[in-house]
Design a protein around this ligand. Structure first.
Ligand code: ZN
Ligand code: ZN
Length: 154
């Protein structure tokens, strides 16, 4: 059996996990999947503008691994824009350092933890319907246990 791969650190779950070119039926489009570690690489390098070495530390991977990861991710993003594909974000060997919750009605995102049952009222729209984003990606308890092992800074 292969050694279990070390989980990559992702700051928080993405608020959106499905993108589609406008005006074309889903059935006529191919799809591209970004894993959660690829999403995080893109966020750190191209949204936050970090150096590869800094981003690698945040994800708990080596700098060369980060460089390969971001190259692969950028190709996928270019491919979906050029070719017109559906983008899904899912999977990957990761844990989230923090959770977020999203108001189902107005889509505003709030910080959350891994154990709450999210019985809140949205300050923006008054809705009481929230989605637990980590849970939506099949995470939650596993992430808080990972965190408690103390392998991460911050
Ligand atoms: Zn709301
Ligand atoms: Zn987890």
């Amino acid at each position: 059996m292969a050694r279990p791969e070390k989980k990559r650190n992702v700051l928080a779950p993405p608020a959106f996990n499905n993108f589609k070119p406008a005006g074309i039926q889903m059935s006529k489009l191919g799809s591209v999947t970004l894993t959660l570690d690829e999403y995080e690489a893109l966020r750190l390098a191209d949204y936050d503008g970090l150096e590869h070495s800094e981003a690698a530390i945040k994800m708990e991977i080596s700098r060369p691994t980060f460089t390969r990861l971001i190259a692969k991710t950028r190709y996928k993003v270019a491919q979906l824009i050029v070719e017109g594909k559906v983008l899904q974000i899912e999977g990957g060997s990761v844990h989230f350092a923090n959770n977020r919750i999203i108001c189902i009605d107005c889509k505003k995102v709030y910080p959350g933890n891994f154990t709450d049952n999210y019985k809140y009222t949205c300050p923006k729209c008054g809705s009481a319907k929230f989605e637990n984003l980590a849970e939506g990606f099949g995470h939650g308890r596993c992430c808080s246990q990972h965190k408690n092992k103390g392998s991460r800074q911050n």
